[in-house]
Design a protein around this ligand. Structure first.
Ligand SMILES: C[S@@+](CC[C@H](N)C(=O)[O-])C[C@H]1O[C@@H](n2cnc3c(N)ncnc32)[C@H](O)[C@@H]1O
Length: 246
């Protein structure tokens, strides 16, 4: 599922996200596997918070998303930052097509949960495996089942800000292993209201492991995606680093 008008407010309401911390962790994990430069492809890149950090750090960056609105924001940021070398591709990441191999694939902030079910996640893993350099790594996160069923479940979050308000409502659908997310935004300047709805799907850890194995990807590191410490029963996010099976 790709974002629509919410894209224009994504950064505005995402002020709690610590991209510097995430970026540093990804760079340190990848460098432990010897991936310190080269081509990085950020899948479901959104507004490019990670992609532009990679560009600044000297990687050759490919940023992929399939939302026209996210890409609008991305192109504006690219101009503002003068990040001329960042290659932006509009693609569905489950049908990824690359010109060559990639040293580091990333896919963060629950992009994997946004794919419509296990078949799509498998398709993503298969594509990553196909286009990843034999010595490359894939670093991605997912929101855990624990977070969906204990934290997000049927909660409403209200963000009241100067320029816009955002009301975020979750509806847990345990029979489908997913949460419906309904977002209403009121743009106070433009006096416009927007509404969009999408699903985040959740998985058991063993299901993700099975899909990775099927794609011939093997686990290098699995840590808690928020603390970067060991995974716990109440971890809200997992952060994975996987490599190609040799
Ligand atoms: C929660 S946002 C995360 C954005 C970014 N990775 C970040 O860390 O801020 C999810 C992003 O994935 C994109 N997305 C979802 N499904 C996609 C698909 N099948 N192909 C490409 N992009 C997708 C959405 O458009 C959105 O930009």
């Amino acid at each position: 599922m790709s974002y629509k008008e919410f894209s224009y407010f994504y950064d505005y309401f995402n002020y709690n996200a610590d991209y510097d911390k995430l970026f540093d962790k990804i760079v340190s994990l990848a460098s432990r596997r010897g991936v310190k430069t080269g081509i990085v492809c950020d899948l479901g890149c959104g507004t490019g918070e990670l992609a532009f950090r990679f560009d600044k750090a000297g990687f050759d960056v490919i940023a992929v998303d399939n939302s026209d609105e996210m890409l609008d924001v991305l192109y504006d940021k690219k101009d503002e930052l003068g990040a001329d070398d960042v290659l932006i591709l509009k693609q569905d990441i489950t049908q990824l097509d690359m010109y060559g191999t990639v040293d580091l694939f990333t896919c963060t902030f629950d992009t994997v949960n946004h794919l419509e079910g296990a078949g799509k996640v498998q398709a993503l893993f298969d594509k990553v495996s196909l286009f990843m350099h034999p010595d490359g790594v894939f670093i991605f996160d997912i929101n855990t089942k624990y977070k969906h069923t204990n934290i997000l479940s049927d909660e409403q979050f209200d963000f009241i800000e100067e320029e816009a308000d955002c009301h975020w409502k979750n509806t847990l659908e345990p029979e489908n292993s997913r949460t419906k997310i309904s977002i209403s935004i009121e743009d106070k300047h433009a006096k416009e209201k927007y509404f969009e709805e999408f699903y985040e799907y959740y998985y058991e850890l063993r299901d993700i492991e099975t899909m990775l194995k099927k794609a011939k990807l093997s686990m290098v590191t699995l840590i808690d995606g928020e603390t970067f410490g060991p995974v716990k029963p109440d971890s809200r996010r997992y952060l994975f680093m996987v490599k190609k099976e040799q």
